[in-house]
Design a protein around this ligand. Structure first.
Ligand code: AGV
Ligand code: CA
Length: 314
């Protein structure tokens, strides 16, 4: 068994990532933290607890902690709203009570507790901003000794970002832009990092074919939920294609054979119109394992396989 901790930020692919972590046979999910970024944190936290209730299996011990971290640059409200709809899906609301515990401590302190208490090194998967980890590192830098590796969805190394906001130059990815300083703090740590940036997630767009593929497997409750979830997002919203950003990151954390990667030296800008830009810096950069190529067919097959195998209890 490998111990995992998952910190996400409540958009559709974050919640689908949680759904797919639960049935991974060799993964023990210690806890989940939810950041108030690409989804309103209250419905995103509630939806996370319900997903664990319904798809976590009978003896799942996972808990959920809500973050109190705040944005430097907040996500557009239009994107953040999908968490309310996800939380209201009937498949997550057949019973009125929620059993998965909500931790009293904020997510960055819960992250410290779960990592320090783990008997084996923890794999950390983050599919939103890095703020909770940066705050955890500031309070307890020794957590890095008990972290196997960080898998992060964030950044872009080719100068093609996905932020279209005033006073920035379009070179940065949103999770990095939300809190550029946090990226720098994490980059200054001695953690091993696998970077799943836009360069690789661009290879897995959400297409009509994928929606059909999931629709044709509605008899599996987890695939029904995945299809419903992605029906909340469309590429004409803010003129921005939806990709399987976070799901790719989550699957890579346990199935590295789905991708090719290489070691590169990278840095981040924290100020000015490029704040949040990640870039290659062969002199002063810090090494990360950067995902370059995705075996897309194997990736889609793995999503199906995991979702088909997910336990389901009303
Ligand atoms: O930049 C990608 C990150 C991922 O963690 N998020 C979405 C994923 O959860 C931000 C984002 C970029 N474009 C978006 C985003 C869009 N069109 N809708 C919602 N979120
Ligand atoms: Ca996300």
């Amino acid at each position: 068994m490998r111990n995992f901790y998952f910190n996400h930020d409540g958009n559709v692919d974050d919640l689908v990532s949680l759904l797919l972590l639960l049935p991974m046979p060799d993964v023990n999910l210690l806890g989940v933290g939810v950041t108030d970024a690409d989804g309103y944190v209250d419905p995103a936290t509630s939806a996370s607890r319900k997903i664990i209730d319904v798809f976590g299996g009978a003896d799942c011990q996972t808990t959920v902690a809500k973050s109190n971290s705040r944005a430097i640059h907040q996500f557009p409200k239009e994107w953040r709203l999908s968490a309310f709809s996800f939380d209201d899906f009937p498949i997550l609301n057949e019973k009125r009570t929620i059993n998965t515990p909500l931790m009293e401590k904020p997510a960055h302190l819960d992250m410290i507790d779960k990592i320090m208490q783990s008997a084996t090194k923890v794999t950390l998967v983050m599919t939103g901003p890095l703020t909770d980890l940066a705050r955890a590192l500031a309070i307890k830098p020794e957590i890095t000794a008990n972290i196997e590796r960080l898998y992060w969805m964030g950044g872009a190394l080719n100068g093609q970002g996905n932020v279209a906001e005033p006073q920035q130059d379009g070179t940065m990815e949103w999770n990095a832009y939300w809190d550029p300083e946090a990226v720098q703090t994490v980059w200054q740590s001695d953690l091993d990092i696998t970077l799943v940036a836009l360069d690789s997630t661009n290879q897995v767009p959400l297409t009509p074919e994928l929606r059909w593929r999931w629709a044709s497997q509605r008899q599996y409750p987890a695939l029904d939920l995945i299809g419903q979830g992605y029906s909340l997002v469309h590429s004409f919203e803010a003129n921005s294609t939806y990709y399987l950003w976070d799901v790719l990151t989550t699957l890579v954390s346990n199935y590295p054979e789905l991708v090719e990667s290489k070691l590169v030296k990278t840095a981040v800008l924290t100020q000015g119109p490029g704040a949040g830009r990640t870039y290659i810096d062969n002199e002063k950069g810090r090494v990360v394992d950067f995902v370059t190529q995705v075996n897309a067919d194997a990736f889609y097959d793995k999503i199906d396989e995991l979702a088909q195998s997910a336990p389901y209890q009303k």
